[in-house]
Design a protein around this ligand. Sequence first.
Ligand SMILES: [Zn+2]
Length: 311
Amino acid sequence: MSTFVAVDIGGTHIRVAAYGQDNITPITHKRTRSHAKEPGTFDRLVKAIESAWPTDRTVKAIGMASPGPLDPKSGVVLATPNIPEWHDFPLTEKLSQHFGVPAHLDNDANLAALGEWKFGAGRGHHDLLYLTISTGIGGGVIVRDRLLHGYHGLAAELGHVTVLADGPVCSCGYEGHLEALASGPAIVRYIREQLEAGQKSELSSVEDLNARTVAEAAGRGDALARSAFARAGKYLGIGVASFLHTFDPSIVIFGGGVSQSGPLLFEPFETSLRTHVFNPRYLENLVITTAALGDDAGLLGALALAQMASE
Ligand SMILES: [Zn+2]
């Protein structure tokens, strides 16, 4: 029986799990703090993997999800703001040497897409679009059962498409990207700007402004909070309409905390989507749904990567 080790490397935690063939219940599981801003992240990663390594089975391969940008072909992490010491870091080569098995790497959003496709909300679909909306917006695209990587391995940064020329500045430094208009921080920034401009809202007395507190205020009928989600939904619809025109998927899956906002976000999103799709055929039988795997999407995507690379 084949055993695989899956790793999800995040800014705050490293998660490792071992899986048998055809079973997504882990044999072992280890979660540890990554302290990624401090030196020694690779050694902590090795220790975490060692502690979850099954002793009574032969491991066939390691699959890993990491924040990007990275090169999935060479397994090199190019640079990641969450882990400053990893610059042109040959992650799979080092792990493969240490553990004596092949190691495979892809970015966390691509692997969340792959995980949902193989084990979650996207099972049975061949053309899939995945968007995670939280502090940023990440994306992954599956075309005919294959993850889209592009020539440089840098696809698919769906959060960094321009949806508003000369719009607000994105975390990447460019203007008007989807992430700058529909992520959690984008919603909060809009609220702050409107409050400063003199808009009345119960949020003026809320210190801890985030997508969740704004959603709660919207639920109580606060007009500004509702308009912030309406605006995010509108730009999300503009972005996804372009993705439908480009990739023509049969399913769009939304992950990430902001996607838990329900109709507040998705009613304006769907209205905007219908307005901006230039041919209604794109919407025929299109499934729009939320992710099924929750926090395990990256880990299960890493499992899928290791399995598929070993076939
Ligand atoms: Zn951007």
